[in-house]
Design a protein around this ligand. Structure first.
Ligand SMILES: Nc1ncnc2c1ncn2[C@@H]1O[C@H](COP(=O)(O)OP(=O)(O)O)[C@@H](O)[C@H]1O
Ligand SMILES: [Mg+2]
Length: 323
């Protein structure tokens, strides 16, 4: 098949002096694109890379792909990850990963959480805050966790994200709004263990446990590959707990309309209760198991990078009835 690989790489990020710290941390590395192109060639396809930007549209049309392998995170606006799927829908070109609805539900973490609540899936209790001087009354208990309602890569999550009282809450909400000018999500802090669960096609991969020195995964820890964060896969969980977490991940995938490949971040409190934190409709596929949880989990399941790419393509081919 002719496959267009679409991505927004860090190397091409439209960097500006006004960017808040970490503004482009959720973009891909060129290395991920190169690894995907190599795998697609190994699988007998004819791939070509296009930046996931408006200027590529004519080139993509001319290439006339049978399928797009979509990593595009977008650059601007709250529709970021949904922009390329919308354009491809208009062009009638099939693509991997979620469509517009799945991208939008995942991007808006508070809306994803409302969907989970409606579907009876466990997620930390929360409120949305627009203004630090006008924090809604709530019966949430402390400690709470303050994060942007959008973003990824723990952007907007620093060493003071856990707040223990009203003053700390106001300070942290102010800091997030001042640095990122975004809607803020305030959740009950889930003290306990952290897991992330990759889904490849319809298969939940072995669970990855993430150990971070602060008890949660801040932006500085994610971006510093030398930080003390480490992962274990398969996580030390009983068979029943493993199945419970994997089933929740699969149900969350369905509830949010995700496709082909995705990754769910979850926690377990000290009583053993699971909570879905958020979902990643385009999980990081950096070709190093130590740096990308999805790749690490797939590796533990015995899959090579090319197997992962093949399974994503197979899932999309089936969905779009391409064969
Ligand atoms: N309610 C919460 N309780 C405990 N830790 C949390 C909570 N929400 C987020 N975190 C921590 O913050 C990290 C980043 O939050 P997450 O919602 O996954 O955002 P991102 O999209 O930036 O990955 C998580 O990996 C987790 O360590
Ligand atoms: Mg996350």
């Amino acid at each position: 098949m002719k496959i267009a690989v679409l991505a927004n790489v860090k190397e091409d990020a439209p960097v500006s002096l006004e960017d808040p710290p970490g503004r482009w941390d959720d973009l891909d590395d060129l290395k991920t694109v190169e690894a995907t192109l190599t795998s697609l060639i190994d699988l007998g396809h004819e791939p070509k890379y296009f930046p996931g930007v408006i200027d590529s549209i004519e080139d993509i049309k001319r290439f006339a792909p049978d399928l797009c392998f979509n990593f595009s995170e977008g650059h601007y606006g709250n529709s970021r990850e949904a922009q390329m799927p919308a354009v491809l829908d208009m062009l009638g070109i099939p693509y991997t990963c979620a469509g517009v609805l799945g991208m939008m539900l995942s991007h808006n973490k508070h809306i994803a959480k409302s969907q989970f609540n409606m579907a009876g899936l466990p997620t930390a209790r929360f409120m949305v805050v627009e203004d630090a001087n006008n924090i809604p009354e709530s019966n949430l208990r402390y400690p709470m966790f303050v994060k942007p309602a959008f973003e990824g890569s723990s952007i907007g999550i620093n060493e003071s994200a856990v707040v223990n009282n009203y003053d700390e809450l106001v300070n942290q909400v102010s800091w997030v709004i001042d640095t990122l000018d975004t809607l803020v999500l305030v959740e009950e802090y889930i003290e306990g263990r952290e897991f992330t669960i990759g889904i490849l096609g319809d298969e939940a991969l072995p669970i990855v446990e993430i150990f971070s020195p602060t008890g949660y995964y801040s932006n500085s820890q994610k971006e510093d590959f030398a930080s003390e964060v480490y992962r274990v896969c398969p996580a030390e969980l009983s068979y029943i707990q493993t199945k419970e977490f994997q089933n929740l991940a699969l149900r969350a995938k369905k509830v949010l309309n995700l496709e082909d490949v995705c990754r769910m971040d979850m926690r377990m409190d000290n009583a053993g209760n699971p909570y879905i934190l958020e979902v990643n409709p385009i999980p990081l596929m950096y070709p190093d198991p130590k740096q990308a949880s999805l790749i690490y989990a797939a590796d533990a399941a015995g899959y090579t990078y090319t197997d992962i790419v093949r399974k994503i393509i197979e899932s999309a081919v089936k969905r779009w009835h391409l064969q």
